[in-house]
Ligand binder design. Structure first.
Ligand code: AMP
Ligand code: MG
Length: 318
């Protein structure tokens, strides 16, 4: 089987109804989607990705109303965020009802739900009478694809179709939130910056994304989002050398050969850096460099999320 790119939403809906697993565009990264109520189809998501079944999946719905039967509650605090950011790149962790198959939540008591904003995905979700389970469309631990062709490059022959919805507008995974006590907690930094969430809430939510506080087995998520080529942070001591690739945010420093460099945002906009990061990492990874260097982001706004991802991506190579 070769994997085909298509813009035909009905064809994708049909494949999903048949229990097939397909690539889908979202505003964050591309997803590997299946009918969340078809346990065999969901099982194939794990096997295609090589993802441990102890790592739960996010459910995607058209809107909050569609998700109600799957959630025991949806707290006021979350409603406030839903009103502000949805449809959009934020995921809510809430108590599940028995309708949610155990395989989705890895036996955990809560389910992760999200209402994506990508227009083609919304059309698809509106056509379906089941939620989509969809993790990112990469092999486990690898960099998430942000365009259809990169899904095909990673999963060619393993899925029949990728719905081609163009490049992802955010380029980083969703922000995952839940409620503990009366307060919102952030379980994964993501495309919606912490600052934006704090403004809506009127307080800064606690971040519990450390491996130790994670619901997953310790150590599982420490190395993630990593290219095959060793990736390290750039600093002033790093010199230009043959066979080494460099990812800069805006300007290429003097003396660095442009052919070995990628600029993530000509205008120096961190959101554009976020949008281009994974695509550029995948591209640079394919160029056969012995080593890659990337600038370290300032921990402000979306930079905090970039730092989280890059700390994990570089952790393997320290
Ligand atoms: P991905 O689908 O690759 O974006 O990863 C989804 C992530 O969401 C998982 O790795 C978990 O960190 C988190 N998650 C999803 N569902 C749950 C759940 N039921 N309980 C706790 N965390 C969850
Ligand atoms: Mg992922």
């Amino acid at each position: 089987m070769t994997t085909h790119l298509t813009r035909d939403i009905s064809k994708i809906a049909e494949a999903l109804r048949f229990g097939q697993t397909v690539g889908i565009p979202t505003e964050t990264v591309y997803g590997l989607a299946a009918n969340a109520l078809n346990e065999q189809a969901v099982a194939s998501i794990f096997s295609i990705k090589g993802r441990p079944t102890s790592n739960p999946l996010i459910l995607h719905f058209y809107n909050l109303e569609q998700a109600r039967p799957y959630m025991e509650e949806f707290q006021e605090e979350l409603y406030l965020l839903e009103q502000h950011f949805c449809p959009g790149p934020i995921t809510f962790l809430v108590a599940k009802t028995p309708r949610v198959p155990e395989i989705i939540t890895a036996g955990l008591p809560r389910v992760a739900v999200r209402f994506p904003s990508h227009p083609m995905l919304r059309t698809l979700l509106a056509e379906l009478d089941f939620p989509l389970a969809a993790p990112s469309a990469n092999k486990y631990g690898a960099v998430s694809p942000t365009q259809a062709l990169q899904v095909k490059e990673q999963l060619n022959g393993l899925i029949p179709f990728v719905l081609d919805g163009g490049p992802c507008s955010f380029g980083l995974e969703s922000t995952i939130v839940g409620v503990e006590g009366q307060k919102v907690v952030i379980y994964r930094l993501g495309s919606i910056p912490l600052d934006d969430i704090s403004v809506v809430l009127g307080y800064i939510p606690e971040i519990k994304n450390q491996t130790s506080a994670s619901p997953l087995a310790p150590g599982m998520v420490k190395f993630h989002y990593a290219p095959n080529t060793p990736l390290k942070y750039f600093d002033a001591s790093v010199r230009a050398k043959e066979g080494i690739g460099y990812l800069f945010y805006q300007n290429i420093p003097d003396g660095f050969p442009h052919l070995q460099c990628t600029v993530l945002s000509q205008g120096g906009d961190l959101r554009e850096v976020a949008r281009n990061l994974y695509r550029s990492l995948i591209e640079m990874d394919a160029k056969g460099f012995q080593q890659l260097y990337i600038e370290k982001p300032e921990p402000m706004g979306i930079g905090l999320t970039l730092l989280d991802r890059l700390n994990r991506a570089t952790a393997k190579f320290q």
